[in-house]
Write a protein that binds this ligand. Structure first.
Ligand code: AMP
Length: 277
């Protein structure tokens, strides 16, 4: 893959890159379209499909994470992606099992809150694998989803801090008809959980409406939303936060333009969503 990328570089071919963990849905495909837009017909679009073990904690769903490479390849082809990069664990982390892998990329500020607080080793795995993928694919542009808002902010920070010569594009969240953000993990929801999962986007809408005309204290808005969640008894709120979209620092007073993010468990399935209010 890297040799191919070096060859593209020498020929002046622009490279657009969409890193994913596969089990693709319309949200992923919108990123592929965005990448194509950015590099044009003469550029190449690379999609990576790799379920990265270092971003899963031992207690998390690495083994169970949904996979369907055949279907993914079909979807990528139909969307006009040029190269699908599907490395194995041994290729990505050679020597890891034998203890010969010891270099990680750690962003030290933005990754401490929200997802980082709930999943302490998660972002270290994400920044490490994305840095590795950037060094392998050598993209000019890489597209990430707003669905993983904190992840996108951390990648942008990593790229700025470590001088990666890549432009990061953040694409909007693709949703099901009822508002549920598309996610590979939605397939784990049973019918009852699926119908209640719409509470995440409803909560974002409710908060948006609540701050449309006046600001509200974060504490009051949180307690209002906790009450709101009684409408989805199968959901267990992991966190809801209000913060500055640039710094990710929590705000005590929530006004229009603040970012809201939340994580909710339905059984063992953990769903996240976010929006600017
Ligand atoms: P994943 O396969 O979950 O690691 O996601 C790969 C990329 O797709 C990440 O940049 C995600 O933020 C993005 N993504 C996931 N779900 C959506 C969605 N519903 N809409 C837009 N982008 C998404």
């Amino acid at each position: 893959m890297q040799q191919l990328a070096l060859r593209w570089k020498s020929l002046g071919v622009k490279v657009g890159f969409v890193p994913t963990m596969g089990y693709l849905h319309a949200g992923h495909l919108s990123l592929v379209r965005e990448a194509r837009q950015r590099v044009g017909k003469r550029g190449v679009v690379v999609v990576s499909i790799y379920v990265n073990p270092t971003q899963f904690a031992p207690t998390e769903d690495l083994a169970k994470y949904p996979r369907d490479l055949k279907r993914d390849l079909k979807l990528c082809r139909a969307e006009g992606a040029d190269v699908i990069f599907t490395p194995s664990d041994v290729e990505m982390y050679p020597g890891k099992a034998a203890g010969y892998y010891s270099t990680y990329v750690v962003e030290e500020t933005l990754g401490r809150v929200m997802e980082g607080a709930s999943r302490p080793t998660h972002f270290r795995g994400v920044t490490t694998v994305v840095a590795k993928l950037f060094n392998i694919v050598l993209p000019d542009v890489s597209v990430f989803g707003q669905k993983d808002f904190q992840q996108a902010a951390i990648i942008q920070r990593m790229v700025a801090d470590l001088n990666f010569p890549v432009k990061i594009v953040i694409a909007p969240t693709h949703r099901e008809a009822d508002g549920l953000a598309m996610s590979s993990r939605n397939k784990f929801l049973d019918a009852e959980q699926r119908s209640q999962a719409v509470i995440l986007s409803h909560a974002l809408q409710a908060a948006k409406a609540a701050v449309a005309k006046k600001s509200i204290s974060a504490a009051k808005l949180k307690s209002d939303l906790q009450a709101f969640f009684t409408a989805a008894p199968l959901g267990h709120l992991d966190y809801v936060e209000f913060f500055d979209p640039k710094t990710l620092q929590p705000v005590t007073q929530v006004k229009r333009g603040a970012q809201m993010a939340l994580a909710v468990y339905f059984g063992k399935t953990r769903l996240i969503d976010n929006a600017q209010l």
